[in-house]
Design a protein around this ligand. Sequence first.
Ligand SMILES: [Mn+2]
Length: 341
Amino acid sequence: MQSIKIEVERAERPIFFYDDDPDGLSSFVQFYKAKGAGKGVIVKSSPQLKPIYLRKVQEYNADVVFVLDKPLISEEFINGLDIPLRWIDHHESQKNWINGFKKDIFYYNPRDSLGMNIPVSDIAYRVFKENLWMAMVGAVGDWTLPEFSSDFCNEYPDLLDPSIKEPGKALFESELGHLIKIISFMLKGNTRRINSAIMSLLKVNSPYEILHQSSPPGRFIYKGVESIEKEYNKHLEEAKRAAKDNFLIYLYEGKRFSFTKELSNELLYLFPDKLIIVGRETKGIFKLSIRASNVELPPIVEAALQGLSGSGGGHEHACGAEVKHDDLDLFIERIKNFIKE
Ligand SMILES: [Mn+2]
């Protein structure tokens, strides 16, 4: 934490690449506000930071690259860098891989140092100790209840009841959870609009500005997600009806937005005993979010992908995968068989 603080302090033109979810965005907001300078770039559509983003580094003339909450960075991206890289993450450790590069790289992952999964927004709060509500949005958004939850309950008693001790309950049955949904939905759709929403968020100092629409930037964010939230709720109601036996499989064709991550999380909360697969098809490819609370998913997903054109991976109880349309039935069949075994 000390090292992260020093690296942020000594940066002059930091560029921040961050994941397109509440944890990634919250991390960025905290780092950016602590520094009071720099440029943020949201990394959408892939868990990996790809070489195309090198252009952003050059355009901004950055002196250091921070990568927040991205599980992977492509080899080409790293090889193309001629400035320091500071990577803060909490997904599966890439320590051994990243140490193979002869470059100025610091890799921070609480799984290595503490053997714990601590979201990057939680780490950021421990480092900078500012923006409590923003930190809470990110940490609870990643399905954890951080140490500073009780501080948050004291300061914002109407957003989270201190009796709630379970992250899922905080996420889906509190006003804080509603705020997290808003932050998550504001990252969907048109890139220009997303960037305006992020600029607005940087001007917001209290969660009530958004929830009560009590300031122009807060209202802009709230208004921007109203139709998205409606569409999400429609999918959620439909998906709930798809629960069958030990599974809940809900597939939809992606018109505008991907909701697979959010839907699968909420469905897992509602159906904790089921294996959840939510998939969205675009251009012949299914992007899937897979959830289960009582099985270890990554080896199952990996085995189910054997010989198929696709990829996947993730956390113990939350995985993502990409499978071609024609391979989907076989993929699902295999997962079902593994579970039955
Ligand atoms: Mn995260």
